[in-house]
Ligand binder design. Sequence first.
Ligand code: F7E
Length: 378
Amino acid sequence: MGCHTGAGSNITNAIPMPAQTPTTPATDSRTHRSAFITGITGQDGSYLTEHLLAQGYTVHGLVRRASMFNRSRIDKIRARQEYPADQLVLHYGDLSDLTSVRRLLRQISPREVYHLAGQSHVGLSFEIPEVTCHEIGMATLGLLEALRDLDYPVRFYHAASSEIFGSPVVSPQTENSPFNPVNPYGCAKAFATQLCRVYRRAYGIFSCSGIAYNHESPRRGENFVTRKITLGATRIRHGRQAVLHLGNLEAKRDWGYAPEYVVAMWRMLQLESPEDFVLATGRACSIREFVAAAFAENGLELAFEGRGVEEIARRKDTGEVVVKVDSRYFRPIESSELVGDASLARKSLGWAPQTIGTDVASLMARAESEQVRLEQAG
Ligand code: F7E
């Protein structure tokens, strides 16, 4: 695939790319399948980009200057040169600068908008609550207002989160379960999710939220627990790390596989009318189980002993301590065991997750090993 050169573009802030020859003529976005993605450099943004490109979409992505250092996921897609050069266009911009985002939307006229951007680390949201709430809550409001002012209809996907349920009153949760967030991130997502519902009803905007439970992949950031675990297990196997320090091993999560979740996001925007959907596997697995599966994939059986902050895990073969609990990684409030009921997505979107819980751990651990093999090969 190639990439937009910026040169000759009628989009003023398109990011200049190494010169390549476009192989298809520019197309009017309103008659062509085109999408605009905020958060394109993230895990989901990169998988969604690949999915949309494969369907023939022209994909426009918003990239913050600060994300220039974090663009490896999307840069790898562009470097593969599997698609015409003008099918993936990145634009500098920031959701805190809504005037420029409005201008950009008018210029590119996308038919679909996928809003994935925002501070996404729950633990960090306790440290930087105002940034989190601005980036998630106010940015979503600003985007909805921008869409309201467009002179043609746009379909809007909002990346909501299971964290809106926080300490849920029912389990598993559905689209109708009451919100009860227990951290700033969940509060901001609840605000944004409800706004999408309000704008849908008040102004007839095609806005919908995917209430996604944890979805992971080898592209996950290293500060999320799954990637931290699979990376740590592989490094320990190869003697590059001695001990993996983790927080609450008792916590349970409903873990799925990110590439499967972006398919549901896209299908939501192909429906006749907008609706919110829970995207989940319906099964919870503990951090401890995820750790055990990731180490097992590396040929290391673990024995856990002790409880709470005293808990450790030893290699069964050597007796070495390879996992320790560290209270620094505990959160002021831990979300409960969140488990989603994705029956509606199964029925209306024909969507069902295939890779679940410890299968995700094994898949991610295999990807880490492959990466090590490639590094060693040269
Ligand atoms: O934590 C526990 C931690 O940071 C998972 C985001 O995508 O999913 C994600 O949020 C669990 C928590 O993800 C460590 O206490 C133990 O119980 O990987 P995480 P998250 O908070 O569930 C939701 C659905 C989103 O929407 C978010 O954007 O693991 N845990 N030890 C740890 N967590 C971290 N990060 N690091 C540890 O060392």
